[in-house]
Design a protein around this ligand. Sequence first.
Ligand SMILES: Cc1ncc(COP(=O)(O)O)c(C=O)c1O
Length: 385
Amino acid sequence: MDERARMEFKDARPDQSMPIPSEDLTRQYAAIRDEVLDAVARVLPGGKYTMGPALSAFEREWAADCRTAAAIGVSSGTAALMIAFKAVGVGPGDEVIVPALTYVATAFAVSYLGGVPVFVDVDEETFNIDPAQVEAAISAKTKAICPVHLYGQPADMDALRKIAARHRLSLVEDAAQAHQAEYKGVRAGGLGDLGCFSFYPHKNLGAYGDGGSVTTNDAELAQLVRALRYMGQREKHKHEMLGYQERLDELQAAILSVRLRHLSDWTALRRRWAALYDELLADTPVTTPVCRADRTHVYYMYTIKAPDRDDLMAHLKRRGIGSQIIYPTLVPDQGAYASTPCRVVSCNRARSLTGQILCLPVFPELDEAEVRTVASAVADFYAAP
Ligand SMILES: Cc1ncc(COP(=O)(O)O)c(C=O)c1O
């Protein structure tokens, strides 16, 4: 790693030692400790640690929360994406259209299957994949479109669904950052053929380790995903296809059930802090997040566009306030794609955004005084002579 990349990696990681960190799971654990320990204590003596009752219960609860017919637990968001792409038939040489501004996993999951991620630009206001660019990227090899509901706001799903239907393409949602987000009243995870969630600890719904889920309203796809996540079995000892070992374990499922009970309250708090930032930052030079009227945002990240972003970040750090750049480098610019097949159709807007975006602390356990402190620090930075 060169020096610049090392600094970017360091700066992009949350710093929990700050008085106001960008993320802090210790506060949440303190609030739900007894419930979590009870859940863990119920799993451990039972002797069943994979594919057991805690997983079945969580899958039922999570499907109900997503309002989808099925939810299948898997070992990570990355595994969810890889299995979803496999389930819709992505194989060697097949193209999947993805946004250039996302986490690498969206594209890596395509590449793991020998597919080719095709990178397209995002909308400058919502940061989400631009349907006009998707249309321009379609080729004879295109198999699927994968919108990412970045930072917690659903992508422009009607436009994408029309394109997918017209060209007979599958639509796989990367909903890793969008638990409980809605588009025209429908929750993320039920907006495409398959929805993919991450339960990485810091996600809006997280495990205490890695986890993920695939959601769907299609019974056949649900069966296929279930087989793919556990060695290609529909029945024990019958391995019909080359499946994977990507199960969600019982301990994580039990912990997820506990945290899911609090998710609506936590989402409401994220929205409350976001609304307060919107108000307090209105007269500063930063651009606050734009949420389209037909959808709801769950603020996995509160992402502003900030003039002199790097100086602002350093100023916040001096005041003991953590912030993050998610993401400092576009996926097609990552070293992995110097030697892995991909196609870049357009990414100028996304590239320019990487120099402007900054994510302010928005986790549920903040208090109002902390949000006001962060907003004042931002305002002071721009007010300084
Ligand atoms: C947009 C997006 N896609 C995919 C993933 C991959 O999820 P995981 O880290 O659980 O593999 C993440 C999580 O980091 C993400 O933010």
